[in-house]
Design a protein around this ligand. Structure first.
Ligand code: NYM
Ligand code: MG
Length: 253
């Protein structure tokens, strides 16, 4: 009962903005899941179409990385050409500066680190575009929305935070894994990096909420892992099929 009340509360939270958010959008799952078992995958290799840009967002320890990995292996097992990406990409020289900052090994001004996170996406933009155009679906763990939500949670102006993201590729699908900050904090490995504090994560959640629009799919990340995984499979499958024939777009907020 308590759980039901809490879930209803979370759904209402995402609907309240009047932008028709998504938990309700997943209401048809039981029925559609059955149809999904038999989905035909022959159109997935992207020979004629482009890949989809699928982004997972959420608080630290909301389960994004595990779900990205699960989704990727599912897609690959179905013959879909797909790659897993994440931001920050700590493998570049910009990414190494970000990584040192997150590990509290260096100090940077709030605006400077914000722009580095953005630059880290810009340095990958062309490669992302060519992968997508050649038919590869990208499953991306964090994107511009993390950039804005985390920096705005420090008190930076929201519009200022959005500006450097304009012109990056627009995702075909944004999935938000909704987990309450207190729940996320109970999960293993929490607290090791800068930003992993409950009060801060609450502010990040508020900014995610103000950023989301009706295209986002909000999935309850506190459900069992397999349930979340199933929902993500269906969302990604539909997205990959629906984006065929649609041109790539730029992020415009
Ligand atoms: N983060 C991530 C930002 O502050 N801005 C960004 O643009 C991105 C992509 O970095 N706490 C924050 C969110 C996380 C941290 O991400 C590292 P991860 O997914 O824990 O490696
Ligand atoms: Mg983290």
């Amino acid at each position: 009962m308590t759980t039901l009340v809490r879930l209803a509360g979370r759904a209402a939270y995402w609907r309240r903005s009047g932008k028709s958010a998504a938990p309700g959008g997943l209401g048809l799952f039981t029925q559609r899941q059955r149809a999904f078992q038999g989905v035909r995958m022959e159109n997935w290799s992207g020979k004629s179409g482009r890949g989809a840009l699928v982004v997972l967002e959420g608080l630290d320890r909301s389960g994004k990385s595990s779900q990205c990995a699960r989704l990727l292996s599912f897609l690959e097992s179905k013959g879909c050409q797909a790659e897993g990406w994440r931001f920050p990409d700590r493998g570049t020289s910009v990414g190494q500066m970000i990584s040192a900052y997150l590990a509290n090994e260096s100090q940077l001004d709030d605006r400077t680190i914000h722009l580095l996170f953005s630059a880290n996406r810009w340095e990958k933009r062309d490669l992302m575009e060519s992968k997508l155009l050649s038919g590869t679906t990208l499953i991306v763990d964090r994107y511009s929305y993390s950039g804005v939500a985390f920096s705005a949670a420090k008190g930076l102006d929201l519009e200022w935070c959005k500006a450097p993201e304009v012109g990056l590729l627009a995702p075909d699908l944004v999935i938000y894994l909704d987990v309450q900050p207190e729940k996320a904090a109970e999960r293993g490995g929490y607290g090791g990096e800068r930003y992993e504090k409950i009060e801060f994560q609450k502010r990040v959640a508020e900014h995610y909420h103000s950023l989301h629009d009706s295209t986002w799919k909000v999935v309850d990340g506190s459900l069992p892992m397999e349930t979340v995984e199933e929902q993500l499979r269906e969302l990604a499958t539909s997205c990959i099929q629906e984006c065929q024939g649609k041109p790539l777009a730029n992020l415009a907020w």
